[in-house]
Design a protein around this ligand. Sequence first.
Ligand SMILES: [Fe+2]
Ligand SMILES: [Fe+2]
Length: 388
Amino acid sequence: MTRGSCLCDHLKVTPFSGDTVETASGEAMAESIQVLPEQASVLVVDDLAIIRLSLRHILTKAGYCCREAEDVSGALAVLDKESIDLVLCDIQMPGASGLDLVKALRHRIPDTSVVMVSSLEDAETAITCLQQGAFGYVLKPYQPREILIQVNGALRRRMLEIAFRDREAQLAQKVREQTVEIRNSREEIALRLISASEHRDNETGMHVRRIGLYAAEMARLLGWEQPGVETIQSAAPMHDIGKIGVPDAILQKPGGLTEHEWVIMRQHTAMGATILKGSTVPFIRMGATIAISHHEKWDGTGYPRGLQGEAIPMEARITALVDVYDALSNRRHYKEPWPEEQVVALIHKGRGAHFDPLLVELFLANLERFRIILMANPDEAHDVEPGI
Ligand SMILES: [Fe+2]
Ligand SMILES: [Fe+2]
């Protein structure tokens, strides 16, 4: 290592070569002080030209790409235009101080590291700078190796932080993708499960899909959190799963049912709950609740338990409403779709009798949203052909 002459009274500058160190301790240091492969860019901010010259000399010799500014506003102008990895900054300068620059960088360009270069009398402020996010500080007069150790350490930490953040972002993206995959697969499981019963009934595959979408929309309107919205979207389509246990002779009987047949038909609620109960999966658990309660009525005249008002679980009240809306709005082999004004009139009439009055208000006030779901998910042609 060659020694150079002092640049001024308060500086002891030792021109330093990062790859040429003679002493044993210097060799160890040379290993730790390596020029980063990407030739990091360093901005030197100091009002004294001689210090900028000294620091630029140290940094460029070690392989860094160097820029200079004589005050904070000049530094910010450089930072606005160029990508700077690290700022090496004086504390006391005319105008804004180095501390001001540290604070500004923390908000504007948090990826840029800062190392302070301060006099002994600025030591307290230097500590404040560290608390505000600066990586380290070097006291004047400094040795070039001190500068390089701090610069290298700050850049390495910055690289680690960026790599860590990128990794976090990647993981978050992966979690998002897997969440979508899980939601899709659970929806598919639910739809396949109910397809076993729907073919024996008059319902269609798109009917049950729409029920999930309407129910999710209602949940959103009610201010439910996203997980709850997704749960009801998967759970509501299973409302009639219990029909799998109703004999064909009743399920597909043309014309009206006898009182005895109605008793059996009504059992599809309890059968659905039996099929779905005891699960640890939230949407299947909610499916059980909806299955048992989706024929309850607000005024207590529904079945199987004659529950009244808020004693009927909200998810079942939602499903009851949207199930009727969809059944009336679509063609079935035994009926044409009702005009929307008739559907609305019937739902309005059911306010406080069949349906939760608040849900009816919410539904009708946002009818457009449900109409969009209805239009965007039409029945397949073969679903509604007579006799199917
Ligand atoms: Fe039902
Ligand atoms: Fe239904």
